[in-house]
Ligand binder design. Structure first.
Ligand code: SF4
Length: 152
């Protein structure tokens, strides 16, 4: 791995950028996720920045239930993110389909479509739990950066 690759990984580790995707939630978990970015919870103190482009993101936060229509969008967003990347599934819907799990158009939790690294339970998941999940995601991200550096 080149000097520049190591520099980039180190910068990504210290200030990871996250993308939030609502996969079809009732908006309960979205409101709590966005609350984490407000001055009250201030997730930016960990160097985290919310971005709108998957190509710029290191961490993907997914809320809501995956259905047959949005699963392709979820897959494309995930594939557009650069390696290494970490996925956090938020709320009962993101974990298993939640209250919608038996609906005919529902595929289930996020891990039915893309690999999930961190699971944050709750209905809705509380901001404190989401921040906990993001901190865990930072550890996973650092771990993946280390593995990538060893491989090259
Ligand atoms: S887990 Fe609960 S609050 Fe979150 S999206 Fe599902 S129904 Fe809404």
């Amino acid at each position: 791995m080149s000097f520049w690759d190591k520099m980039i990984n180190s910068s990504r580790r210290k200030s990871p950028w996250l993308l939030h995707f609502d996969c079809g939630s009732c908006n309960g978990c979205d409101i709590e996720t966005l609350a984490c970015l407000t001055p009250v919870y201030d997730v930016e103190r960990f160097g985290i920045v919310n971005v709108g482009n998957p190509k710029h993101a290191d961490i993907l936060l997914v809320t809501g239930t995956v259905n047959f229509r949005n699963r392709e969008v979820l897959k494309v967003l995930y594939e557009q993110m650069a390696e290494p990347k970490v996925v956090v599934a938020i709320g009962a819907c993101g974990l298993s389909g939640g209250i919608f799990r038996e609906a005919p158009n529902v595929v289930g939790g996020v891990d039915k479509v893309i690999p999930v690294d961190v699971y944050v339970p709750g209905c809705p998941a509380r901001p404190e739990a989401i921040i906990d999940g993001v901190v865990l995601a930072l550890d996973k991200f650092a771990e993946k950066c280390g593995q990538q550096e060893k491989k090259r």
